[in-house]
Design a protein around this ligand. Structure first.
Ligand code: BTN
Length: 228
């Protein structure tokens, strides 16, 4: 795996940079973004120099649906390789540490092109979050001085990405780090809140849940852990 990368001090969004410069294994990294977006068009909070913000365009070589699973697995594997932290994954695209979200993955497929774009936002040593996110958002490193650099983690994430893709172990890594499998979750369906047990993933990365004996497959949207 050899990635061609460029680093900007500031970008509106590396996701847009990648979309405007499509190519196989082309990576855009920024220290800061001014119009970052997460899934569902939500605003994504960034802080100058405190996070990893990057987007890779590539020609998919496996089912496009698998790339979110693969990327989330690569992030957890990279963190565990370089640090003693134990991150977990909340289906489908969120990485958690100590019950707070520290990273998110956004995979986009442009209908008119052969490429997909994988965006990663990871709070590296970000301590300041807007009030409404303070309980939910966290950072890989907090008060401590990070023992690794952002560049080391970036390189390890993509190394893991291509390794797990080649040896096809990303589903196992993903399952082993799941925050929700075996737990009670809730989600919205046609305006109703459904409570279910998260059972497993399908081979396409959809979530299989059991709600009162009825098995359902959820392919998009969000689930949250049921709070008692
Ligand atoms: C999510 O949690 O919903 C996904 C967050 C993805 C954020 C990253 S940061 C780099 C890239 N540029 C963006 O505008 N979004 C992604």
């Amino acid at each position: 795996w050899l990635i061609e990368g460029s680093v900007a001090k500031t970008s509106a969004s590396t996701q847009l940079d990648a979309k405007e410069n499509l190519g196989d294994k082309k990576l855009f990294i920024a220290d800061m973004q001014t119009a970052a977006r997460g899934r569902f068009g939500r605003q994504y909070v960034t802080e100058q120099g405190k996070g990893i913000y990057m987007s890779l365009s590539l020609k998919p070589s496996t089912d496009i649906k698998n790339y979110t699973i693969l990327t989330a697995a690569a992030i957890t594997a990279a963190i565990e390789t370089l640090t003693s932290k134990k991150p977990q994954i909340k289906w489908v695209n969120d990485i958690y540490l100590d019950n707070k979200k520290i990273a998110g993955v956004l995979v986009e497929h442009l209908l008119s092109s052969d490429y997909i774009i994988i965006g990663i936002g990871l709070n590296f040593n970000q301590l300041n979050f807007p009030l409404d996110l303070r309980d939910k958002a966290g950072s890989l490193f907090n008060e401590e001085t990070p023992p690794i650099t952002r560049t080391q983690l970036i390189a390890e994430i993509w190394r893991q990405f291509y390794k797990l893709q080649a040896d096809e172990t990303f589903f196992d890594i993903y399952r082993a780090h799941s925050f929700i499998l075996g737990k009670t979750v809730e989600f919205e369906e046609q305006g109703e809140t459904i409570i279910a047990t998260a059972v497993d993933l399908t081979e396409h990365g959809e979530l299989i849940v059991n709600t009162g004996g009825l098995i359902k497959v959820i392919s998009s949207g969000e689930v949250s852990l049921k709070k008692w």
